[in-house]
Design a protein around this ligand. Structure first.
Ligand SMILES: *[C@@H]1O[C@H](CO)[C@@H](O)[C@H](O)[C@H]1NC(C)=O
Length: 197
């Protein structure tokens, strides 16, 4: 009886230890993503979309920048596919239909610019760093402008179809804006900073 009780006690102790360590690891991950996202404009969206990079990105500005651009590419592609589908279905008419065609085009440009950016982030080097940061800033700003230009086409339009579209485009632009902030943080902190060996 006593032996069983002791075993139970040890088991309980063990479980307590395991859960606590787990919680500590999660807490550290939380801190990492919150810290990375603190420079962004849409922080809760940042934490929501980048949280799963916490373990791998840690406190590295270059890894967070890369994560930000990857997530932006994913969402911009999703939205582009959705816009193309709405266009095929021919739901929107008149001015909205013209705006939609423009969106498919500008989203295509945005994807190109974000892809080029990811390419640069994959080949960062100390000797080319300032040129690379300049290119990244140019291309991601351009991608953001493309997304906002799409939104401008629907300004003042009503209807649930349009509302849904606006929300999705806006969401993509917020995520790209966050990516740009993460790039700017990398530009400020630099490669090879204490946090980014
Ligand atoms: C915004 O984008 C994120 C990331 O892809 C997605 O999880 C979320 O559902 C999107 N929200 C809207 C309103 O489109």
């Amino acid at each position: 009886m006593i032996i069983i009780a002791r075993l139970m006690f040890l088991l309980a102790l063990f479980l307590l230890l395991v859960t606590n360590t787990g919680q500590m690891v999660f807490a550290q991950d939380d801190n990492n993503v919150r810290d990375a996202c603190s420079v962004t404009r849409f922080q809760s969206l940042c934490v929501q979309t980048l949280g799963h990079f916490s373990r791998t990105a840690g406190t590295s500005p270059s890894k967070w920048a890369r994560a930000g651009v990857s997530v932006s590419i994913g969402e911009v592609k999703n939205v582009e596919a959705y816009l193309a589908q709405v266009k095929r279905q021919g739901q929107l008419k008149g001015r909205n239909s013209v705006a939609l065609s423009d969106c498919v085009e500008t989203f295509g440009y945005a994807i190109d610019e974000l892809h080029k950016s990811l390419g640069v982030l994959r080949s960062l080097s100390k000797s080319k760093f300032s040129t690379q940061m300049g290119d990244l800033n140019t291309w991601i700003s351009a991608a953001l402008t493309d997304e906002v230009t799409c939104l401008d086409g629907f300004e003042g339009s009503k209807g649930t179809n349009v509302k849904l579209l606006q929300n999705r485009v806006q969401n993509a632009s917020y995520i790209t804006s966050n990516a740009l902030a993460l790039i700017n943080k990398l530009a400020t902190e630099g490669l090879g900073s204490i946090n980014d060996p």
